[in-house]
Design a protein around this ligand. Sequence first.
Ligand code: GAP
Length: 494
Amino acid sequence: MANEANNPALPAGRFQEIISHCKEYGYIFQSSEIYDGLSAVYDYGQMGAQLKKNLRDYWWKSMTQIHDNIVGIDAAIFMHPTTWKASGHVDNFSDPMIDNKDSNKRYRVDHLIEGFAEEQLAMSKEELAKEVLASMDLLIAKDDFAGLKKLIEDNKIKCGISKTCNWTDVRQFNLMFSTQIGSLAEEADTIYLRPETAQGIFVNYLNVQKSGRLKLPFGIAQTGKAFRNEIVARQFIFRMREFEQMEMQFFIRPGTQMQWFNYWKEERKKWHESIGIPAEKLRYHDHVKLAHYADAALDIEFEFPFGWKELEGIHSRTDFDLKQHELFSKKKLQYFDNDLNEEGKPYGNYTPYVVETSVGLDRLFLTVISLAYKNESWKKEDGSDDSRVVLKIPPMLAPYKLAILPLLKKDGLPEIAKQIMDDCKADFYCFYEEKDSIGKRYRRMDAIGTPFCVTIDHQTKEDNTVTIRYRDSMTQERIAIADVKRLVMEKIAF
Ligand code: GAP
């Protein structure tokens, strides 16, 4: 049996292998690579786009189809500029940064300090790492920029490029990208590329509630691109300047926010487990410093190959956003609740509270790929060594579900294979391949993560059976052609 050489606890050094694998097999490419790439921007190739779509579809279905009180929308990326004034992003969506005066390299202060703590951990200086991170959390919570600079200087934290400690003061930088709308420069208005999809939901709250005749509690879900001018963009698709979010705002009665916050905290962790993420690779991290809109917040963290990091955020956003949009638009965004309260009177008009779930699709993709990537080696029956690189992506998410492989390019075998393909391709993605030896073809299907292969050989012509090979176990069995579609459909059902 195969020995899993590098999962689940993938050493950080092997992370580069995953990145190379993603490129070699059409999952992810550096954006504009022929022009030497664009930092922190990535393109999804033919395999990656399909895996990403399958993840998005599964999230969409879980939210909007499985929950009968959640609907989905698709709001524009461009929004009226006042949206971002109202939401607080113009004034508050910034991170403390520090520049090294010798290299002119800019760092996000928390990333610089976390990097230092990781180095200490690697040198078994656990106490120091913990102490520095705890001090950082306290200083960030108090917006104490002088204290943060002192922490960096006291610990002699160096710039990775100049290797000096010659730092500027800590300052705030806004992360939103701005552009102009309008044809003439003098008429143009500054607008922003949305830094989160959530605001498209808030400004549509009343339209959706009224047109859908929705009764609280209800949710509005949406997926789409978001943009942030991340200063330290690193770790592949973990932190990008253009990325995709899958967000759901759950509108509730004021005072019930902790009940719903706890509900969604549990639900979302279970959802991650439902796509095959082991429970021990997920944990909660409560926020010390709450965002300007939140009265409770936590991250669901995943143990990425480079450590525990945020995968999804759950935020109790109170009525902050709707109230702000009421204030700036001068329109009422209230809800009339005719359910009776404890005194037997209708709750009446109020601005709903909101609990938000927000997961990055690209981070989810990285989670799935880093769990799926395995470099296996084993001894064959004759004593010789064998190995393979395989993506053990859960069948329901894999880009191709079934590879259809005629053993030879002759004797009528391709015709039978194409017949199977025609029978299956309307229901799921199939990959047809007749070049190379069957062993090489299996290896290629392992590398792109295809969970099932069927091989058509001479026996097929006699008894209408094919060999089905299971990617994860590499076991094979003979089944009737008539059973192929049903078997695959059963295994890939959402
Ligand atoms: N609406 C709330 C919100 O945007 P957030 O914690 O800033 O909250 C939510 O972002 C999720 O979006 C994160 O948990 C992460 O998965 C993803 N995300 C945020 N910034 C990202 C980036 N630069 N690159 C990739 N994903 C990102």
